[in-house]
Design a protein around this ligand. Structure first.
Ligand code: 5GP
Ligand code: SF4
Ligand code: MG
Length: 458
């Protein structure tokens, strides 16, 4: 998911819309904006892409005020369903509050069970609603204290923006799994999952919100707090590999450069005699540039993408996903015919994409097809807000690299090593714990009370 927030700008809802537009890659199922005019919160939320949901200009007349938060969603906890559209907005004895969440709480269900036992009635199936219930029940007086109280027994990944009539609160979990940035525009504070949102609205990127940091913005300015026990942060390395936009700066680095470096290290780890390096667009592009540079091979966009098709993986239904690959990509025969091709992609999840593309490239006349992946085998599910499928569906949880190579019918297959990922991301040799890489290593930085069953996975 992606979150956005702005406080103290006359164009708050419009700018939130633009911010969400820039964050669209983080979630395409639904989106929403909640705005405050100082006295009242108003929401506009629907299933669909930002450009579709907010296509009527008059929508913005329904969202007056100088502060707003927004959300783009794809489901990790809770069904893809219109009850679960964010921001969630409620009225309670203290007034109104809205929240937008990027991440996934690992112990939401046990707290939900307890809250229901105590009489709470939930209106969504999303983990985020637990936070709202706990804020409503909190004993503390001030809003930031209530937020902290609500979060202290919740574990997992969260970047949250809260909006009340008069305040905006943003908080990043102590592990710092997901990115969250702070910016400024015409004197107004802005927060966003990724800095690419600031670029679009021409806001200045001030700094990242730190793991475990909570900021409160109101008419008196901004205040920063570190209310949680300090721990070694574990930002999600998969944001670098795939999820974030390459033109964003996250975790202190520009994503494009890190991705390109993944490709360079991959070329050193798995060199091959070949004629041309071709990315599987778009996610394989920066790594392919790095691979080609390091290997001294020509880089060609030998697969052309239809840009009117969304990210295949995120489409929740298997039938669409299957069809998606052909709908989305077509080879350039002239580039591929008679060539020994190195195909670069960022990851193999189920193996469907790679298998279909290898076949497509062979049909276009390639002499050889070598696949190189700019991450280690994805063998474990994510519990922190990335929608990886169950272990059963992850091809590398039950198959060796050799078996996967046979399945995708490539001439050779090489994955970037775990050490290679860390090296490319600038982590010193042999050091671990700087990032979460649990979907590759199985070393989960935050324990979860029980294993996610198949049915809980979105
Ligand atoms: P597969 O066909 O192996 O299931 O999917 C692999 C493709 O899905 C890659 O091209 C990768 O870029 C893309 N992809 C899209 N979204 C995700 C995601 O959330 N996780 C992973 N691992 N890959 C994704
Ligand atoms: Fe990121 Fe993988 Fe860790 Fe999930 S398990 S937070 S996708 S590195
Ligand atoms: Mg891809």
């Amino acid at each position: 998911c992606g979150v956005f927030g702005i406080f103290g700008h006359p164009e708050a809802a419009n700018l939130t819309y633009l911010g969400l537009y820039a964050l669209q890659h983080r979630g395409q199922e639904s989106c929403g904006i909640v705005a405050s005019d100082g006295n009242q919160l108003r929401a506009y939320r629907k299933m669909g892409l930002v450009s579709d949901v907010f296509k009527r200009p008059s929508v913005f007349d329904e969202l007056p005020g100088k502060s707003a938060i927004g959300h783009v969603r794809y489901s990790t906890a809770g069904a893809s369903d219109d009850k679960n559209i964010q921001p969630i907005m409620v009225d309670y004895h203290r007034g109104s509050i809205a929240v937008a969440h990027n991440g996934n709480l690992v112990n939401a269900q046990e707290h939900r069970n307890r809250l229901e036992h105590e009489g709470s009635i939930f209106s969504t199936t999303a983990d985020t609603e637990v936070i709202i219930h706990q804020i409503a029940k909190a004993q503390a007086d001030s809003l930031p204290d209530r937020v902290v109280e609500a979060l202290t027994n919740l574990k997992g990944a969260y970047c949250l923006t809260f909006l009340t009539e008069t305040r905006l609160v943003a908080v990043r979990d102590p592990n710092g799994f997901r990115p969250l940035a702070l910016g400024k525009l015409d004197g107004a504070f802005v927060v966003a999952s990724e800095t690419c949102a600031f670029d679009l609205i021409e806001a200045e990127f001030i700094r990242e919100i730190e793991p475990g940091e909570l900021i409160v913005i109101d008419k008196n300015g901004m205040k920063s707090y570190h209310p949680f026990d300090k721990i070694q942060p574990s930002p999600c390395v998969f944001e670098f590999i795939y999820f974030a936009r390459p033109d964003s700066t996250i975790f202190g680095k520009e994503v494009y450069g890190v991705r390109k470096e993944f490709g360079r290290v991959l070329a050193r780890e798995y060199p091959i005699d070949a004629d041309v390096v071709v990315p599987i667009p778009d996610s394989g592009v920066p790594a392919a540039v790095g691979y080609a540079e390091e290997a001294g091979l020509p880089f060609e966009t030998g697969l052309i993408r239809n840009h009117y098709v969304g990210r295949t993986f995120i489409e929740p239904s298997q039938s669409i996903r299957h069809f998606g690959v052909k709908l989305k990509l077509n080879p350039v025969r002239e580039i591929i015919q008679g060539k020994r091709v190195v195909l670069i992609d960022d990851s193999i999840v189920r193996g469907t994409t790679a298998r279909k593309i290898v076949k497509m490239v062979r049909n276009a006349g390639a002499a050889e097809v070598h696949v190189r992946i700019s991450s280690p085998p994805t063998s474990f599910p994510c519990y922190y807000g990335i929608d990886t499928p169950t272990r059963k569906e992850l091809i590398s949880s039950s198959h060796s690299v050799e078996e996967i190579n046979r399945y995708i019918t490539a001439d050779s297959l090489g994955y970037l090593s775990r050490g290679g990922v860390l090296k490319a991301a600038g982590i010193p040799d042999g050091a671990t714990g700087y990032f979460c890489d649990a979907c590759f290593s199985g070393e989960y930085p935050v324990k979860f009370p029980r294993l996610k069953s198949d049915s809980q996975l979105g």
